[in-house]
Write a protein that binds this ligand. Structure first.
Ligand code: DAH
Length: 378
């Protein structure tokens, strides 16, 4: 159908190059061949520009139409247009194929085998506070405790009054409380100074019996080598009709042996005072201080690790539990402190400095979840 070009007489048309008439089918097959042979999108674009670009070969043909006479144009026009469309189509379908292939290649290259083991240097570490919290939960869960939570911002009633610490009580001064600005009701909320308010919330929200621990953040305006303004405590509470001081001792002794991983750990309970327990006690564990080092479970010295006691009848009254029917014990302990003791970490402030070198040294492997069966710390 395009053979007629061979007999065209219009020598001035760019359709003739170097005095030679172009063979349209040959141009077409040349361009289609180049399009097919383009290895990537960049090469394909070069072919496209060489054919359809401003100075492209097909564009030049189209431009030549203007110099043809009417009869020539009537035949050449549709033929050139058909060629142009065919080339454009071929470019487009090759572009789609190349784009698909490039995506496939990228997907193949970026494929991640999720069954491969983690590279050791890519591991994060579990902070000692999180580790010890998990250890505490493992130990107490094994004894039938569940975990309770409460808010960091507390009101005066839950943090103090319900715990038998009325206004003007000297214990309020001892807590170095952070107060928030006065609310619309004129009340100043506090950052909880201990986890004991969780006892109150739990007893008010659920009927007895109770057997919970409440680990969490606590706040006091205090800062030195053994104090930070934010620290962690764990609270314990057991309330039923028969629990007595013997259960308190047995439970906490069991805890201390499991936590410090010393079977013959020496322990003693000393009388103490807390407004929310009566009688109150502090628990010490056996240790040795030598050459500036502290060792748990050996030696003749004692180290205080927690406060505890039988829940005060006034506290039960505050939460609507009848103290003539129910009784039980509570305890509270500093998580950061027992983490320092167990893992020999000298300075509390480093806990909260986010120093990666510190975390790499004192941190724990994420997948070694503490369980009593496997050992708490490995
Ligand atoms: N709330 C006390 C504190 O922050 C710790 C404590 C002592 C909690 C004795 C108790 C307890 O539940 O019985 O110092």
């Amino acid at each position: 159908m395009l053979e007629w070009f061979r007999v065209s007489r219009n020598n001035s048309s760019p359709y003739f190059r170097d005095g030679m008439m172009q063979d349209l089918p040959q141009l077409e097959s040349e361009l289609l061949g180049a399009i097919d042979g383009a290895r990537d999108l960049a090469a394909l674009n070069e072919v496209r520009v060489s054919a359809l670009g401003k100075k492209g070969r097909v564009t030049a043909l189209m431009r030549g139409l203007g110099q043809m006479d009417a009869a020539e144009r009537a035949q050449a026009g549709p033929a050139f247009n058909a060629l142009k469309d065919k080339i454009a189509e071929a470019v487009e379908s090759r572009r789609a194929a190349l784009a698909d292939a490039e995506l496939d290649a990228r997907l193949a290259q970026e494929k991640i085998d999720v069954t491969l083991p983690v590279r050791p240097e890519a591991q994060g570490h579990i902070h000692p506070v999180s580790q010890v919290t998990d250890e505490l939960i493992a130990i107490f869960a094994d004894m039938g405790f569940s975990v309770a939570e409460g808010p960091d911002i507390e009101d005066d009633f839950h943090n103090f009054t319900a715990l038998n610490i009325p206004p003007e009580h000297p214990a309020r001064q001892m807590h170095d409380t952070f107060y928030l600005a006065e609310g619309p009701d004129g009340e100043r909320k506090v950052l909880r100074t201990h986890t004991s308010p969780v006892q109150i919330r739990h007893m008010m929200n659920t009927p007895p019996p109770h057997r919970i621990i409440a680990p969490g953040r606590t706040y006091r305006s205090d800062s030195d080598i053994t104090h930070t303004p934010m620290f962690h405590q764990v609270e314990g509470l057991v309330i039923d009709k028969t629990t007595h001081m013997g259960h308190l001792k047995g439970c906490l002794e069991e805890f201390a042996r499991a936590f410090f991983e010393v079977d013959d750990l020496r322990m003693r309970f000393r009388p103490s005072y807390f407004p929310f327990t009566e009688p109150s006690a502090e628990m010490d564990i056996g240790c040795e201080r030598k050459d500036g080092e502290l060792r748990i479970g050996v030696g003749e010295d004692w180290l205080e690790i927690l406060g505890c006691g039988m829940v005060h009848p006034k506290v039960l009254d505050h939460v609507g539990i009848d103290p003539t029917e129910y009784q039980g014990f509570a305890f509270g302990m500093g998580i950061d402190r027992i983490a320092m003791l167990k893992y020999g970490i000298p300075d509390l402030r480093a806990f909260f400095e986010s120093d990666l070198r510190w975390l790499r040294h004192y941190g724990f492997v994420p997948l070694d979840v503490p369980t009593l069966a496997q050992g708490l710390s490995r």
